[in-house]
Design a protein around this ligand. Structure first.
Ligand code: FMN
Length: 139
């Protein structure tokens, strides 16, 4: 039997600079190692001093990650934008993707995050599109 899946979307304020490739690389390496073991998948955007992350997986694994994230001094003001049950993953095979954003996608994310209540579904779609565009470029 497979465990029920949930998807969490949040944003937070980076305490260090999100422009640092090294900061992001360290976060991604830890995330990928842990998530792989815990059945979590997702995508992380570091954008204008803020993190936007989508995480998918079993409920208990999501709860435990959210607690660790809340205690992590590399960011603060975590705001959960959406949490819901899902039938399937959007980031299957990605223990934590970090797609590059082209200028249009970057603008779209800016517009979305400027809204008072950014839509989790639209964030997922944007991250998924950026990931697909990245893979097309790399192919
Ligand atoms: C923006 C951001 C995103 C993160 N995403 C994840 C994640 O997806 N999975 C994860 O295990 N840790 C993630 N972390 C790190 C956790 O906050 C925590 O430091 C880590 O899970 C602790 O791992 P450890 O118990 O192996 O030391 C993230 C941290 C930040 C700042």
């Amino acid at each position: 039997m497979t465990l029920p899946l949930e998807r969490l979307v949040y944003e937070s304020a980076a305490t260090g600079t999100t422009e640092s490739v090294l900061n992001l690389a360290v976060i991604l390496a830890e995330s990928q190692r842990n998530n792989d073991q815990r059945g979590l998948t997702g995508a992380l955007a570091a954008h204008r001093e803020r993190y936007v992350q989508v995480i998918e997986g079993p409920v208990a694994a999501l709860d435990s990650l959210l607690r660790r994230l809340t205690d992590d001094p590399r960011h603060r003001h975590i705001r959960v934008l959406d949490r819901r049950a899902i039938a399937e993953r959007q980031f299957e095979g990605w223990s934590m993707a970090s797609p590059r954003f082209n200028p249009q996608m970057s603008e779209a994310l800016d517009r979305l995050m400027a809204e008072p209540d950014p839509s989790g579904g639209l964030i997922v779609r944007l991250l998924r599109e950026a990931l697909d565009a990245d893979r097309t470029l790399a192919a």
